[in-house]
Structure formats: structure tokens, C-alpha cells
Write a protein that binds this ligand. Structure first.
Ligand code: HEC
Ligand code: HEC
Length: 211
């Protein structure tokens, strides 16, 4: 498992440096700020630091990941969105391609604030799973893709450090239910299918403490 994790991270690193070299200029931060204040601030706060644990913190996220999520919330005619969410679907419906780039750029420049822990007694258990996985059930260490401090490996592996525990848990459950199926090669769906409810809760609490 350790070996597999290392290989995944090595491949991700090689791939990401390639993508970075090729990536075009980023969006317009000032324009992103305007849209964020008008439509998004009610739930995510003006600077993307939501203070309500079911709404994710967007501040400091890698822009490529944020842009991908905004696309994935959009459903093509007659199809279910790759990330099927009733609240976010109408929010993205009228966003243009440049709106999405501008919003992603704006949030990436904001400083993330620490999220809200739900049950601190689960943090130690969550740490073991995050950093070491669970060999018995073939659960890889989360750190192999999201990095040991949760900073992620751009552009494919998002940063998850400091995120609200309630939001993180909701995403692990969405990957399990299949309402969220926008993960490359179904990595997350495969991993959560091997996790217990208790493990999902514990790892979500630990992630909130990462910086
Ligand atoms: C009414 C509340 C609400 C508003 C307004 C709102 N959002 Fe959200 N947002 C949510 C919820 C709830 C989720 C979690 C959805 C899920 O479970 O998939 C979310 C998720 C997201 C995510 C995914 C974050 C991640 O880490 O994967 C992004 C990006 C996002 N919102 C951006 C925006 C932007 C940009 C706007 C404005 C155009 C906006 N949101 C407006 C409630 C809201
Ligand atoms: C093989 C690589 C890999 C491993 C190992 C992995 N992840 Fe992920 N994870 C991903 C990818 C890729 C995404 C982004 C999917 C997308 O594009 O929406 C993701 C997304 C997530 C998200 C959604 C973040 C957000 O802001 O909505 C959470 C939460 C998460 N992973 C938690 C975990 C946990 C907990 C573990 C360990 C039990 C783990 N991941 C292990 C690849 C991985």
C-alpha cells in the first residue's frame, strides 16, 4: 500500500508540473470578487471563509480545482450533473466561462481560516487513517494524494486542510452514494466504498485540524 501511495504521488507530481507549464493566464480577481459578493457571499462569506459548517471554505483553494467543481455542478441536457447538488446547480447555471475563471482566481487568493471541528474525540483515530490508511480494508493513506498536511497536489488533488468537518463528511457520503461522481478514475468513490461510517467521521474531524 505504501508503495502504491508513493507511486500515485510521484505520477501526480510529474503530471502536475507538466500541466502547470502549459496552463494559460489566470482569471481576473477583481471581477471574481464582484460576482462572489453578489451571489456567493450569502453562504460562503465574502472572502470564501464560510462560517456555517455545511458550506465549504473556498478560500485558498487551487483555482483549477474550483473551476472544475463549478463546471461539474452544471448538468448537460437530459443528464445528471457529475456533481449533483440542488443548492449549487442554480448558482452555476448562469455563470459564463470567464465568470468561472474569475471566481476561481478570486477565491484562490483569499487566506483560508480554520474550519469548525464537530467531535474532537475522533481526531486521533482520524489521524491514523489519514496518514497511514487501513491496510486490512485496502484503504490507502489520504496523505498519498492530498499530501501529509492536506495542501493537496495541484491541479488534480484538492487541498482539504482546515475544511469544516461537517462538509468533508458530506462529501465522503456523496461519493459513497454516487451523487458526486466527478473524481478522476473514481479514486474517491472506490476509497469510500471501503470505509466505515466511523472512519469517515473520524478522518473528517482530523482534516479540520490540518494546516
Ligand atoms: C445557498 C447557499 C449557497 C450559495 C449562495 C452558493 N453556494 Fe457554493 N456551495 C453550497 C453548498 C451547500 C455546497 C456543497 C455542495 C455539495 O454537497 O456538493 C457548495 C459547494 C461549492 C463549491 C465546491 C467546493 C469544494 O471544495 O469542492 C464551490 C466551488 C462553490 N460552492 C462555489 C460557489 C460560488 C462561486 C457561488 C456563487 C456563484 C456559490 N457557491 C453560491 C452552498 C451555496
Ligand atoms: C488516489 C488519490 C486519492 C486518495 C488516496 C484520496 N483522495 Fe480524496 N480526492 C482525490 C481526487 C482526485 C479528488 C477530487 C475529485 C474532483 O475533481 O472533484 C478528491 C477529493 C476529495 C474530497 C473533496 C474535497 C472538497 O473540497 O470537496 C475529500 C473530502 C477527500 N478527497 C477526502 C479524502 C480522504 C478522507 C481520503 C483518505 C481516506 C482521500 N481523499 C484519499 C484523490 C484521492
Amino acid at each position: 500500500m505504501k508503495l502504491i501511495g508513493t507511486t500515485v504521488a510521484a505520477i501526480a507530481l510529474t503530471f502536475s508540473s507538466f500541466v502547470f507549464a502549459e496552463s494559460p493566464a489566470a482569471g481576473d480577481v477583481e471581477k471574481g470578487k464582484e460576482i462572489a459578493a453578489g451571489i456567493c457571499a450569502g453562504c460562503h462569506n465574502a472572502d470564501g471563509n464560510s462560517t456555517i459548517p455545511i458550506y465549504p471554505i473556498l478560500a485558498g483553494q487551487e483555482p483549477g480545482y474550483t473551476a472544475k467543481q463549478l463546471h461539474d455542478f452544471k448538468a448537460a441536457a437530459g443528464e445528471t450533473a457529475a456533481r449533483d447538488n440542488m443548492i449549487m446547480a442554480p448558482m452555476v447555471a448562469t455563470l459564463s466561462e470567464s465568470d468561472i475563471e474569475n471566481l476561481a482566481a478570486y477565491y484562490s487568493q483569499q487566506k483560508p481560516q480554520p474550519g469548525i471541528v464537530g467531535d474532537a474525540s475522533l481526531i486521533e483515530e482520524g489521524k491514523r487513517l489519514y496518514q497511514g490508511g487501513n491496510l486490512e480494508n485496502f484503504i490507502p493513506a489520504c496523505s498519498s494524494c492530498h499530501s501529509p498536511n492536506g495542501q493537496g497536489i495541484p491541479p488534480h488533488y484538492p487541498r482539504i486542510d482546515g475544511q469544516h468537518a461537517a462538509y468533508t463528511l458530506s462529501q465522503l457520503q456523496a461519493f459513497r452514494l454516487g451523487t458526486r461522481k466527478n473524481d478522476t478514475n473514481s479514486a474517491m468513490q472506490m476509497i469510500v466504498s471501503r470505509m466505515s461510517e466511523q472512519e469517515m467521521k473520524a478522518v473528517s474531524e482530523y482534516i479540520t485540524t490540518l494546516r
